[in-house]
Design a protein around this ligand. Structure first.
Ligand SMILES: Nc1ncnc2c1ncn2[C@@H]1O[C@H](COP(=O)(O)OP(=O)(O)OP(=O)(O)O)[C@@H](O)[C@H]1O
Ligand SMILES: [Mg+2]
Length: 239
């Protein structure tokens, strides 16, 4: 590590009742990086992202953001530190319009930049502009994913956590989602990407971690992981 990480998990454990979902997890993300986290269903990927916001709380270890241990901070204070989550399953407000959903995304910073940031998002997602007054729940899965991303961006986060943004989408839309991630990185955002689509995720990211059963089993440069035949077969579901 040449620079101090922007976000670091150090020996983090977390449980749901008797179930230990994270077992001594250490992961770091530096400013400007795209880092991916790959793993099968139930590996603990969503739990790792949620633990940043304290649900569940880390029962051991530290979550360090910009040099400060945030693992005991209230959730509302953490969102105001410039960390946004694009959650698994989009979680958009179904009964609200596209624009109202985008307004909700400004919560950490207030409405001062709303017009400017909405224009930027409408440029990135022309479809959302066309549908600005549509009820969000009536949109397609791909459109809802774009909205979930736009909503997160409205809070001007420095670091964005994406939880399986390509899940359940058609191949062309998946391709578009990964293009958007790359455009967002080019806008200066740091990205921590949880994916089951190992191929796409490793092509986009610089570094990656592979999680198995609540532990990090493997980590390294994404290109090297993609090139390693054993890794591809054993962990990535690729041949
Ligand atoms: N709210 C909860 N209460 C109890 N157990 C939970 C809860 N959420 C997750 N778990 C358990 O914790 C483990 C990790 O789940 P998690 O959702 O983090 O996995 P994941 O890697 O995100 O999986 P997926 O790819 O299916 O989204 C699983 O065994 C799961 O059953
Ligand atoms: Mg998950």
């Amino acid at each position: 590590m040449t620079q101090a990480p922007l976000l670091e998990f150090s020996g983090v454990r977390a449980q749901y009742g008797p179930v230990e979902a994270l077992k001594d997890v250490s992961v770091h993300i530096c400013k400007g990086e795209i880092v991916s986290l790959i793993g099968a269903n139930g590996a603990g990927k969503t739990t790792l992202l949620s633990s940043i916001f304290g649900t569940p709380r880390a029962s051991a270890g530290k979550i360090i953001h910009r040099g400060e241990d945030i693992s005991r901070l209230p959730t509302s204070r953490i969102a105001r530190r410039g960390i946004a989550l694009v959650p698994e399953g989009r979680q958009i407000y179904q009964d609200m319009t596209v624009e109202e959903n985008m307004m909700m995304g400004t919560t950490p910073i207030g409405m001062n930049h709303f017009d400017e940031d909405r224009a930027t998002m409408f440029q990135l997602f022309p479809r959302l502009k066309e549908r600005r007054n549509q009820t969000a729940g009536t949109m397609s899965g791909g459109e809802q994913q774009m909205l979930a991303i736009a909503r997160a961006m409205m809070g001007r986060p420095e670091l964005i956590l994406f939880d399986e943004p390509s899940l359940g989408l058609a191949p062309l839309i998946v391709k578009r989602v990964f293009e958007v991630l790359s455009e967002i990185a080019a806008m200066g955002k740091t990205i921590f990407l949880v994916e089951q689509n190992a191929n796409h995720a490793l092509k986009l990211s610089q570094r990656a971690y592979v999680m198995v059963n609540g532990r990090i089993h493997l980590s390294g440069e994404s290109a090297a992981l993609l090139d390693n035949e054993d890794v591809r077969k054993a962990y990535l579901g690729l041949h």
